[in-house]
Design a protein around this ligand. Structure first.
Ligand code: PLP
Length: 259
């Protein structure tokens, strides 16, 4: 545990704090950013109540509960805000009703920003490969495909697109935030349009720099844009300029009727 303590250690800490005559005002917990369990918040509240009761016995007058962050910020999240509050609301009402006088605060991070940003990446290079490239036994044929100079021998090719942002930039969330991203295009895809097995790669020299291992997209061209929605949290803030690639530019857009 990086910060704080397990609830079971709280009584000992309070005992020492009381001996040292320290001022302790309440309990703060954080269920973990990207929390996958809606009930974790309510459990945190129950633990906090137990610690408040122990603090009472040591003569502290706790008046602050901080329920931290970890609230989802996008509709595609594994748990929804509604699922969380369905548990959390009643837990707060039961253990920290208004009459308790306890001030309840939260520290939502991704909740506010995740859906506020869309990353638009531009295709800077393209490669056509045989879909079954791993199964090629004939070395000559494999060379032809690997070079991708010759047209694929497979009737249904796969495409690799290299784009101008990757895991060393905004998509570091794939490595550090357990994120899963979904590509879309700036145009509608016709129902009849052929879709191809596609992988999307960042611009750096590193083989790790892969955004999508597999998705289905129509054939795209160098210069086309691919969009990734809900990229506002834990993305650009932790981006680097590794390999000399700049961080993305940020454009703020607001609907005319909201202006
Ligand atoms: C102490 C603290 N508060 C709030 C947050 C925000 O968390 P989230 O973005 O999951 O809401 C974090 C991020 O991990 C944090 O460490």
């Amino acid at each position: 545990m990086k910060f704080g303590c397990h609830p079971s250690q709280a009584p000992k800490l309070l005992e020492v704090a009381a001996q040292l005559d320290l001022s302790v005002v309440g309990v703060s917990f954080h269920v973990g950013s990207g929390c996958l369990e809606a009930s974790a918040f309510a459990r945190g509240v129950e633990s906090a109540r137990r610690i408040f009761n122990i603090a009472d016995q040591y003569g502290f007058d706790f008046d602050m509960l901080d329920i931290g962050g970890g609230f989802p910020g996008q509709e595609s999240a594994a748990i929804s805000f509604d699922e969380i509050v369905a548990d959390l609301g009643p837990a707060l009402d039961e253990h920290f009703p208004p009459a308790s006088g306890v001030r309840i605060i939260a520290e939502p991070g991704r909740y506010f920003v995740a859906s506020a940003f869309t990353v638009a990446v531009n295709i800077v290079a393209k490669r056509m490969v045989a879909r079954d490239i791993q199964e090629f036994k004939d070395e000559e044929a494999e060379d032809a495909v690997m070079n991708s100079v010759a047209p694929s021998m497979c009737e249904e090719p796969a495409f690799m697109y290299y784009v101008n942002d990757g895991v060393y930039g905004s998509f570091n969330c794939l490595l550090y935030d357990h994120a899963a991203v979904t590509p879309s295009l700036m145009r509608d895809v016709d129902k009849e349009e052929a879709l191809f097995s596609t992988s999307v790669w960042g611009p750096t020299c590193d083989g790790l720099d892969r955004i999508m291992e597999h998705c289905l997209l129509p054939e795209l061209q160098v210069g086309d844009w691919i969009l990734f929605e809900d990229m506002g949290a834990y993305t650009m803030a932790a981006a680097s300029t590794f390999n000399g690639f700049s961080k993305p530019s940020c454009y703020y857009v607001v609907d005319a009727n909201m202006w």
